[in-house]
Each structure stands twice: as C-alpha cells, then as structure tokens.
Write a protein of this length. Structure first.
Length: 310
C-alpha cells in the first residue's frame, strides 16, 4: 500500500508517499481501507518537527501523517466485536509514535479509536468530522457553561470554530461569532445570535453586545488577550493553539489538548447524520499530491477541510 510519511523536517517538499506492506490487525485492532483523510495543522507540526522540538514525541526515522480518517473496515483482530468487515467508520488518532498514519491507503487503529460513520453522509465528507468536532466539543466541556449563557467564538467559520458554534447551539448557549464579513450569513444560520466582523475591534464590540462581557470564549483564531478581554470577571477562556494569556480577573484560562474519544465521536457522528452539525469539504487532493494539499492549507482562506483521497 501507499502511505504518506515524513523522514526529514521542512517544507511541503519533504513529504513522501512510499510503498509499504499493508499491516495486519492484532488483538483489539481494526484495519480500515481509507476513503478520505483530512489535512490539518497537526500534520504541519509533524512535517516541520514542532512535535519533536516541543518534546511531544521523541525523534525517530519516520513519522506517519493524518489524525482523521473515514473508510471501510477491511479486517479486524482478535477480540474486536464492535465492528465487522464492511462497516463504514470514522476515526481519530493522536499517537505521534506511529510510523504510519491515516493518510494512506489503509490505516491500522485500535477499535476504541473508531465510531460508526454518519448515516447518509459520504465517506469523504465524513473524514472532516473527527479532530475538529471532537476538539470543539471537548472545549465546550471544559468551559462548563449553562444554557442561555454567552459564548464568544473567534475564528468561528474555521474548521473547529463552526463546530463550536453548532454544538453550542445544541447546548442552548447564546453565541457571538467573530469571523470574516463574508461568513456572517453562514454563522447566523449555524446558530450564532450575534456576529462581529474580524476587522472590528473585538473586545469593545463584544462588550457593547453583552455589557460586562461574555461568560466564556473559545479562541480559534489565536487572538489571545484580544479575545480573553471580552470575557467577564470570573469567566472562562479556552485557547486551541496553546496560547492562553496569563490569568487575571479570575478568568479561568485553559490551553486545550484534544484527545481521542470514540464514544464522543460516535455521538458527533450521529449529530452529523441527523444534519445537526456540518461536514464541509473545501477541496480534495489525491494522496500523491500531498505537498499541494499542504500548500493549499498554508494559503488559508478555505471554508471546510482539505481531504486526501487515496
């Protein structure tokens, strides 16, 4: 089979697609034939060596790529009872020590890393679900808001941001979404109650809408204090890029580290199948053009995920 790997760090030109033996599932493992694997900043961190630099993983000869996958079960190992050959599944994986990841023709995952794919959705579209929706849902759990409380989401039209808006709506929260002017209609349809264009000074704009400040914020645009200062005294703030500012005004600051959660992923897939959250593909590339996919990610401005199709 073919698989995308990194053997030296650098720009998109270091990405390789190599031929390797198709793995066989061991106890508790599932072999998935990949229909689509999304590209994210997590892959950029692998490619550039940031994970090694920050001590998230040890240096090694080869790193696999891809945290999100959707596909079909090709084989199961001993003890696997939740899935059978032919099942449509989605999965996420966060292990950085694996020499092969989801950006391949086949991927080997543990059964708890998988969930049934959204009913009625295409597998390529389903590949956009896992990492971003899981991150958004875990961020909302960390904030611990009650229905009718106010939430600010910066970068709300991005991959995690839109899921955060949609999932906040399902929790009964009132959302102020910040994004580009062109995204206002999208975000209001997604469930935001108020919108602030990214060109406006966010903090005073939010405090005019909610005197005293919002109850919490999810910072998906890396605005740091530029979003945190819109949170009321004693509120809560989550950074998705490990850049929460120093705590003050008793605002609870959290740098979120998402984690694989098969049960949560099954819930989110059910939401997607019911049309309650959106699956968005910006563009697709064949696996052989993974470098072009990374160039497109770096260019930005996309609405939806880039998906590699083997």
């Amino acid at each position: 089979m073919r698989a995308a790997v990194v053997k030296e760090f650098g720009g998109p030109e270091v990405l390789q697609v190599i031929d390797v033996p198709t793995p066989e599932p061991g106890p508790g493992e599932v072999l998935v034939e990949v229909a689509g694997a999304s590209v994210s900043f997590a892959d950029v961190m692998v490619r550039t060596g940031l994970n090694v630099q920050y001590g998230a993983t040890a240096a090694r000869e080869q790193f696999g790529l891809g945290a999100d996958v959707a596909g079909t079960v090709a084989a199961v190992g001993a003890g696997v009872t939740r899935f059978t050959v032919g099942d449509a599944v989605v999965g996420t994986q966060e292990r950085l020590d694996r020499p092969l990841g989801a950006q391949a023709e086949y991927v080997l995952l543990e059964d708890w890393e998988l969930a049934p794919a959204p009913v009625g959705a295409g597998l390529v579209e389903s590949a956009t679900l896992g990492l971003n929706a899981t991150t958004a849902d875990q961020a909302l759990d960390v904030l611990g808001l009650k229905p009718s409380q106010w939430l600010l989401v910066s970068g709300a039209a991005g991959g995690v941001g839109l899921f955060a808006v949609e999932l906040a709506r399902l929790r009964g929260l009132r959302v102020i979404a910040q994004g580009r002017a062109r995204d206002e209609e999208l975000l209001l349809r997604a469930g935001a109650e108020r919108f602030v264009p990214s060109g406006d000074d966010l903090v005073p704009a939010v405090r005019r809408l909610v005197p005293g400040g919002v109850d919490a914020a999810i910072d998906a645009a890396d605005l740091r204090a530029g979003a945190a200062d819109a949170v009321r005294h004693g509120g809560a703030f989550v950074s998705l890029l490990n850049s929460a500012p120093m705590a003050r005004r008793q605002v609870r600051m959290t740098n979120l580290a998402w984690h694989t959660d098969g049960e949560r992923l099954a819930k989110l897939a059910a939401y997607a199948g019911a049309g309650l959250i959106s699956l968005r593909v910006a563009t697709t590339f064949p696996l052989a053009r993974i470098a072009d996919a990374h160039e497109a990610l770096a260019a930005g401005g996309l609405r939806g995920r880039i998906v590699l199709v083997p």
